[in-house]
Write a protein that binds this ligand. Structure first.
Ligand code: FCB
Length: 459
């Protein structure tokens, strides 16, 4: 890191992957067009009180109808990669079985248009929009959903594998499992610990089946999973707080990292979960852990913040309570700005798990933006956030972590799940009345930084 936390573009290899990221439900809109069936998010948004202001993704950024101009916008940033997700309900409206050609055509056109622009497509197979029909049959707590995902992965890899070489199986299984089935903040809104850990096992199984489909259908592919990870620190040096931080690490990080890297589930956490564990529920069948732990080409990491926890006996199943850190800056999501933790996390991942490569597949910040009278958005806090975190990634790279790429979250303001349109994460501002796109100061900074990084020139 250089003075004032400015990242040095010369610290990154010329072939580093630099991108922006989005996901289908958050930007596409066209929720009822061209044969798409409802996803669990359509249903959840329609239920009163689930999403802030009763908002939904029916229109979102209307990306489905603005594909060409949005791709021009992406190209104007000078990125060499774009991470997007495919909406399962557009491809298999019944969850499995009959494919919907119109859905495949949309993504095929997206991929071709990226390649024409010299932008490498990074395709995420699952970013939370499960076909509602599959939820009606039990959703992720049932094994069949993982098997259905295997079929879906087979269809998408067969169709796009000639052109897409970078595949992410599942985005953030922790969020899909725990926020979907454990605390109920996300679709489908269930609140049952055992169900959420059943879901976590089937999401990991789906990852394994996804890897298998990619290996079978895509010669020369790079495939991995994207986990949301946050380094966990004890509030004090006390034994009890250190144990609480280890439990938090088990919950958020090791529960997914250990099986993906072939070690099976962490035993301490299996014991902590007791009857809620997938083992106690009889869900871990012979062969599952081999499938989940099959070698991958990279680890995708979404990281935004860290957690600082204190021991809190009896506080939920975890007995750990997150704390606010005095003197720290917090983003609009109340997430602490902690760039040093990104460096710590990357170095720890390399040391403990030795991934072949690490890509930061999401990193960014939400703040309330204001558009000035001259039409500009001077999002200084977000700009600083990107600078500090890219610099922190550079420090990890220098320290030996195999950092290979970075995707800013997000290309543009979008539908942020339970928070609706309230939380803006874009480097491009979206006026949701007119759908006008305006590059924010953070976007201008990122574009200018990438121009220097790709020339290999020092700042
Ligand atoms: C991540 C999600 C992404 C977005 C950001 C803010 O958990 O993957 O869709 O909502 O958080």
């Amino acid at each position: 890191m250089t003075a004032n936390n400015q990242p040095n573009p010369a610290n990154f290899p010329l072939r580093f992957t630099w991108g922006v990221a989005t996901s289908s439900y958050q930007i596409e809109g066209a929720a009822f067009e061209d044969g798409r069936s409802p996803s669990i998010w359509d249903t959840f948004c329609a239920a009163p009180g689930k999403v802030l202001n009763g908002e939904n993704g029916d229109v979102a950024c209307d990306h489905y109808h603005r594909l060409d101009s949005d791709l021009d916008l992406i190209q104007s940033l000078g990125v060499n990669a774009y991470r997007f997700s495919v909406a399962w309900p557009r491809i298999l409206p019944d969850g499995r079985g009959q494919t919907n050609q119109a859905g495949l055509d949309f993504y095929s056109r997206l991929v071709d248009s990226l390649l024409t622009r010299n932008i490498t497509p990074w395709l995420t197979l699952y970013h939370w929009d499960l076909p509602q029909v599959l939820q009606d049959r039990g959703g992720w707590p049932t094994r069949d959903t993982a098997l259905a995902f295997g079929d879906y992965a087979e269809v998408v890899t067969a169709e796009l594998g000639d052109r897409v070489k970078h595949w992410i199986t599942i985005n953030e299984p922790w969020v899909a499992a725990f926020m979907g089935y454990g605390n109920g903040i996300h679709a489908p809104g269930h609140t049952d610990l055992a169900e959420s850990f059943a879901a976590s096992h089937h999401l990991l199984l789906a990852h394994g089946l996804g890897v298998q489909a990619v290996r079978a259908n895509v010669p020369g592919a790079q495939v991995g999973i994207t986990l949301n990870l946050a380094a966990a620190y004890p509030a004090t040096g006390s034994e009890a707080d250190r144990a609480a931080a280890w439990r938090q690490d088990g919950f958020a990080n090791r529960w997914y990292l250990d099986p993906v890297f072939g070690r099976g589930y962490p035993q301490d956490f299996v014991e902590l979960l007791d009857r809620a564990s997938p083992q106690a529920q009889g869900l871990v069948l012979p062969g599952d852990l081999d499938l989940v732990g099959a070698p991958t080409d990279f680890l995708g990491v979404n990281t935004y913040t860290r957690s600082v926890v204190e021991d809190a006996p009896g506080d939920g199943f975890l007995g750990a309570r997150p704390l606010h850190v005095e003197g720290s800056e917090y983003t609009g999501f109340d997430w602490e700005v902690a760039p040093q933790s990104l460096t710590d996390l990357m170095l720890r991942l390399q040391k403990d798990y030795n991934p072949a490569a690490i890509y930061i597949t999401e990193n960014g910040a939400t703040y309330p933006d204001t558009m000035n009278a001259d039409g500009s958005v001077q999002d200084e806090a977000r700009t600083r956030y990107f600078q500090q975190h890219i610099a922190a990634m550079g420090t990890a790279l220098t320290g030996g972590a195999k950092m290979a790429g970075y995707f800013a979250w997000s290309l543009m303001d979008n539908f942020d799940w339970a928070e609706g349109y309230d939380k803006r994460f874009g480097i491009v501002h979206v006026d949701f009345e007119t759908q006008a796109r305006t590059l924010k100061q953070s976007g201008q900074w990122y574009r200018d930084f990438l121009a220097r990084a790709q020339e290999g020139q020092p700042a």
